[in-house]
Design a protein around this ligand. Sequence first.
Ligand code: PMP
Length: 299
Amino acid sequence: SRFAGGAAWIEGEYVPASEARISIFDTGFGHSDLTYTVAHVWHGNIFRLGDHLDRLLDGARKLRLPSPLTKEELASIAKRCVALSQLRESYVNITLTRGFGARKGEKDLSKLTTQVYVYAIPYLWAFPPHEQIFGTSAIVPRHVRRAGRNTIDPTVKNYQWGDLTAASFEAKDRGVRTAILLDADGCVAEGPGFNVVIVKDGRLVSPSRNALPGITRRTVFEIAKAMGIDADLRDVTSQELYDADELIAVTTAGGVTPITSLDGAPVADGTPGSVTVALRDRFWALMDEPSPLVEAIDY
Ligand code: PMP
């Protein structure tokens, strides 16, 4: 079909993803004035779409970016993009931008019209898939810090100030996969595209501030609690990263990935830990079990 390779919804129409074009006057492009979410489809099931849309619309409210579409409308467009693409494993992006006005380059925010873009493309791995099994590597960046909530609100999903991008480049420069950013106070924040979970003495902890409230992290915490493992959101010091029994990167586009090397040194014995492996396997098993978290796509 014409939608093989992905389908997009733009200005009220479904088009092949490779043909979707936005205006250079869209302030999402010119001023990074946008928020988005990415949900995923696995084995033909979309995972926690309602929770993704709640977070997206909450972020949009914080940006004073009114959505012209309801949660239900966004959900049905997203699912339609997947169905048109025929993809059984898909990366589903829903983006709201401040848009543009009638006048080119309009600066008056009240005259701009929110734009909605949705697309479904083949599932993307944030880390190469073998790293989910064998582990990935990270650094703590030397200088760049995660923006705090009084500058760029980390609970609103976007990459506005480039701190996350700078961290990714530093990781590349230093020969590893990715980075774990601290915030201005030296507490652990998150990575460029994932939340960080620490396993210590059989418990999970993850930063309560200056990190996106990730849907994958929420899922991992729910799985852990069902297994009788305690899981807490609280302030996490950088020392706790180096003292961890297991370190995990969790994200929609990468599942549950062990971080087995930090700043060039092995994390614990340098192999994926048993808690991480159990959480990873249960996370993927959830995609095939009927539950309120999972909705079958009507292809
Ligand atoms: N933090 C950042 C900065 C991200 O971009 C992502 C990926 N969406 C996450 C955390 C993980 O969030 P989720 O589990 O909802 O994909």
